[in-house]
Write a protein that binds this ligand. Structure first.
Ligand code: UD1
Length: 434
């Protein structure tokens, strides 16, 4: 059991390198199933979810080797290590249930496997406990492409006789995971697939860029209508993972909360437009540079209202961090969550630190707290954990954040990077009781 011990009262000052995005690299790894040969991914973050996804691919017959030496490009690119995936001609079979239950992103192997092998078996996935996270949009889309999808003993089984068939698919909601799964299925289908109301997250554009380099024919990448002309086969490529906008946004919020000044190297302002606009409204000074952007805060932040929406709206994955910001901002803020139904579970922990907040359905009202006071709190998911660390940076005394394996799922070198910025934070390992 590990926890982070944070002593509040320091400002974040300096620079930090943004790694490749967790939410991109996991899908790029799944895409390697679509072609035999060696896929090389760069700017790979050193996080737990990559380890789990690598194990999923290994279980499907791939050989995965990881080179963790951190490469920090001097220009504007993302930082990270290198991952080589050697995919045999006959990769496939069933994705290991225990691994799949640990990360929901592993459901991304469903589309590539059914497209290339004609059958995919994936245990119903896990991941963060932040809502019901159904799979109906994935299943409906695959069915329209000609797959027969059933649940057999808790395992999702998708089968097709011969190739999938291109189809016109309208998504009920612009689901990120469903859009990715369906694109990866459609690239090898016979004929043309049109996916309407597709999600537009930068990580999807990144996946489409890699698929296109592999030989796929995809029109409209990054828009809400994707047109995919199926091809007979794809080739493995080398691809650099897009920078993690959520990690960049977390440091930006931290800089503002602590009255600090942080150069977020590799951060892509164009992927954080609404977030940075909101932080400026809250009092941040943001300077765009060639190699990233700088965020500084000088006085107590002003309260802002935030509504989460699919991209390009305000990202749900930055909501906990913003609620922590609101807890110390002057005034009252109304926060609305539209993507997941139990994101606010973490508000209980923030309340334990002294935050003045009241939840009502998918809204939370946050009033300025007199002060936050350090105590022991628990990370319930990856973003909630990061938000509690930010709260700890501005709380009086010592905050202990437990269950930090959640934070390790998505933040590489979090403690080291925060310490380099001046934070007083350490990772403590509890000794096992015999
Ligand atoms: C991805 C991200 C996650 C982010 C989310 C929204 C990864 C690994 N995770 O998750 O960090 O918070 O996008 O930006 O990339 N839904 C259905 N039926 C479906 C699919 C989704 O009802 O078939 C619902 C979900 O329950 C949720 C909403 O749609 O309420 C959004 O889900 P989705 O966009 O699919 O998110 P994920 O891909 O799971």
């Amino acid at each position: 059991m590990e926890r982070f011990v944070v002593t509040g009262g320091t400002r974040l000052i300096g620079e930090v390198a943004v790694p490749g995005a967790k939410n991109s690299v996991l899908k790029l790894m799944a895409a390697s199933l679509l072609a035999p040969g060696r896929t090389v991914l760069t700017a790979v973050p050193d996080i737990l979810d990559v380890t789990v996804m690598a194990d999923v691919l290994t279980g499907l017959g791939a050989t995965v080797s990881r080179h963790r030496e951190w490469e920090t490009p001097s220009g504007g690119g993302a930082a990270g290590g290198r991952l080589c995936i050697d995919m045999p001609e006959d990769a496939g079979g069933a994705a290991d249930g225990d691994l799949v239950r640990r990360i929901r992103a592993s459901v991304a192997v469903l589309g590539p496997l059914v497209a290339r092998r004609g059958e995919a078996r994936v245990a119903l996935p896990g991941g963060d406990a932040i809502g019901s996270r159904a799979l109906d949009i994935h299943v409906n889309g695959l069915t329209q492409l000609g797959a027969v999808v059933d649940v057999e003993d808790g395992v999702l089984v998708a089968r097709t006789d011969g190739r999938l068939q291109g189809a016109s698919i309208w998504l009920d909601f612009p689901s990120v995971g469903a859009t990715e799964n369906l694109v990866m299925a459609a690239v090898l289908a016979k004929g043309t697939t049109v996916i309407d109301n597709a999600a537009r997250e930068p990580e999807i554009a990144d996946l489409c860029a890699m698929l296109t380099a592999m030989g796929a024919q995809i029109g409209g990448a990054g828009s809400s209508t994707l047109v995919v002309d199926g091809v007979d086969g794809l080739s493995a490529v080398e691809h650099e993972t897009v920078a993690d906008r959520i990690v960049a946004g977390t440091y930006a919020v931290g800089a503002l909360m602590t009255g600090g000044d942080v150069l977020i190297r590799g951060g892509r302002v164009e992927h954080l437009a609404i977030v940075l606009e909101k932080l400026v409204e809250a009092g941040a000074q943001v300077d765009v540079r060639g190699d990233g952007f700088r965020v500084a805060g000088s006085q107590r932040p002003r309260s802002i209202d935030v509504v989460t929406l699919p991209y390009p709206g305000f990202p749900t994955d930055l909501l906990p961090q913003v609620i922590a910001l609101e807890a110390i901002s002057s005034g009252t803020s109304l926060i609305t969550e539209n993507v997941f139904d139990s994101r606010f579970v973490f508000c209980r922990e923030l309340h334990t630190l002294g935050a003045d907040l009241r939840t009502d359905g998918h809204h939370v009202i946050v009033r300025q707290a007199a002060r936050l006071t350090g105590t022991r709190v628990m990370a319930s998911d990856v973003r909630a954990g990061a938000a509690l660390v930010l709260a700890g940076l501005v709380a009086d005394g010592v905050t202990e954040v437990t269950e930090v394996h959640h934070i390790d799922r998505g933040y590489a070198h979090f403690v080291e990077d925060l310490r380099a910025l001046g934070a007083d934070i350490t990772r403590v390992r509890d000794r096992a009781v015999a």
